[in-house]
Design a protein around this ligand. Structure first.
Ligand code: ZN
Length: 271
């Protein structure tokens, strides 16, 4: 199976140099990833919204996976209480912007990856321009107004969305492609009641560091699944599936989200 790369990889000549092949050797020997999958990751552009407890470990695994282009969005500053779970920051980053600090972490980790940062708060007005051009958006922010604005922008721009969240010991990661005629968007799941909830008070709840790490790294794995889906490896993209993670049990279960034909975000998307 490894000897027969899919036609996809021939359409895109192998862009990986010898040192990159060495760096990703443990991916490339996986039949589910292989050279074609690794090349697909290197061509990919992922936008990460929120560089907190979910976004920080997700960034580490996305960068580790060799995602070629990353757009990082967060307007917050690093505080001491972030360090319990936001794994890319150290005491030296306290008081500095998360987006700038994340870019510094990335430059130290792998300066061959492209990075764009937005040190601004996402609004319904500015998010469309940020999402445009991405292959996938991973949203790990903690307020509904932002999450819904990101979802609507993704649907409009026809960009898939991974939405990840944690409340205490409950986590969720869903994959949405609301621009497709038979697939739900994030708004189909939560409805319209939360557009005004532009508050970060969830951040005041307690949360176990490793719990958000579980959700963030699971979201990164789902991102890889989606990005290599064109080369066949890890199965389908899992659109419309919401994975619920219970840290106390511990356990996971999966729900299928239905498309809402009357959805304000994706209901008008035509076949
Ligand atoms: Zn929808």
């Amino acid at each position: 199976m490894n000897d027969d790369p899919p036609p996809h990889s021939q359409a895109h000549p192998h862009p990986l140099s010898a040192d990159r092949l060495d760096r990703y050797a443990r991916h490339i020997v996986l039949p589910e990833i292989g050279g074609a999958g690794q090349a697909a990751l290197a061509r990919s552009h992922v936008m990460l919204v929120g560089l907190g407890g979910i976004g920080a470990p997700a960034l580490q695994y996305l960068a580790g996976a060799g995602i070629g282009q990353l757009t990082l969005v967060d307007d917050d500053k690093v505080s001491a209480s972030n360090l319990q779970r936001q794994t890319i920051y150290t005491v030296r980053d306290i008081g500095h912007g998360k987006a700038v600090s994340a870019r510094r972490w990335l430059a130290n980790f792998d300066d061959r990856l492209g990075v764009t940062i937005h040190d601004t708060r996402i609004t319904a007005d500015n998010v469309g321009a940020m999402v445009s051009g991405a292959d996938l958006v991973l949203d790990g922010t903690d307020n509904f107004a932002t999450r819904l604005a990101v979802s609507d922008a993704c649907t409009t721009a026809r960009v898939p969305l991974l939405s990840a969240a944690v409340g205490r010991f409950q986590g969720q990661v869903g994959a949405f492609a609301g621009h497709l005629p038979d697939q739900p968007c994030y708004r189909c799941f939560v409805g319209d009641a939360f557009d005004a909830e532009d508050c970060d008070t969830c951040a005041e709840d307690g949360v176990l560091g490793a719990m958000v790490g579980w959700v963030g790294t699971f979201a990164a794995m789902q991102a890889v699944r989606i990005l290599v889906s064109g080369t066949g490896g890890m199965g389908d993209s899992g659109w419309g599936k919401l994975h619920l993670m219970d840290g106390l049990k511990p356990g996971m279960r999966t729900l299928n989200i239905a498309k809402d034909p009357a959805c304000r975000g994706c209901g008008a998307i035509s076949v």
